[in-house]
Design a protein around this ligand. Sequence first.
Ligand code: NAD
Length: 308
Amino acid sequence: MKAIVTGGAGFIGSHLVEELINRGFEVHVLDNLISGQLENIHPSAIFHKEDIRGTKAKEIIIKEKPDIVFHLAAQADVGKSINDPNYDASVNINGTINILEASHKAGVKKFIFASTSAVYGDLETNLLSESEVTIPISYYGLSKLSAESYIRIFHNLFKIPYTILRYGNVYGPRQLPKGEGGVIAVFLNRIKRNALLTVYGDGEQTRDFIYVKDIVLANIAAIERGDNKIFNISTSSTTSINQLISYLDKIHDSPINYVLLDPKKGDIKHSCLSNQYAFRSLQWQPTYDILKGLKESYAYIYSEESKP
Ligand code: NAD
């Protein structure tokens, strides 16, 4: 089987590429390295340094005729989307349209898209299911939601089978200390430098943190299952920032110092996605709890592979 992974030089994409290669796929990576890194790309993958918005990217997909396209390349930084909504929309909407058109022409058998919990916005609901209303509060959430709609309409018009995976807050090795959901990467990098951690607000805000290897397994499950459906990919449980610090205290084996600052404007207080539909229909469930995932991420930060 042949797969194209857009964003395969990035944090999540590089883990997916690795798994696909281990499973015997021929893997092509389309990435312009704007936030991804060359060192992240598996040596057995075929790398094309291209922008997903360009004609070259389109031509490569049409020529390679992959069985599966995993579309992960994106402008994934919420703050950047607020500062430059035009750029955010051009990558996340126009880029997706370009990859969809190419996938249609190439006769791709499955289109698997990396979406986000940011499409829901700041809802009061404790456990969000896929049928919940979507009222994004950032341009990033909006551009991802628009991309989802383009995928659905492309399917209606041209019958390209798709699966949309809405990830919770992903963490793990190779995550850069910025962008969406990067608080664990930020904390680990600060711990390594013996720097103070900063907590915005009272630290009681919670997130649904999901380990990157579980995200990869959800993508693999979507190859065969979940056609033309949208799934939350999450742990269905929450961890507060204060709990996160206490886990890190234990792993680090000495107290971690932090300061409390004013809450960040526009920050969501709680976020938790139900994974029941993915469990039933994709036959996927997370295999890492937060402590196990944190231990692996901590070990990575002190490993050779991690840069200072
Ligand atoms: P990342 O920034 O590490 O990866 C994105 C990759 O896309 C990078 O390698 C970057 O170079 C590439 N890219 C960006 N713009 C491009 C363009 N115009 N042309 C070609 N390549 C381009 O981010 P990530 O955290 O690995 O995110 C991967 C996907 O998962 C994204 O679609 C993101 O929206 C989604 N997601 C991430 C999280 C999270 O917590 N990290 C949560 C929900 C959804």
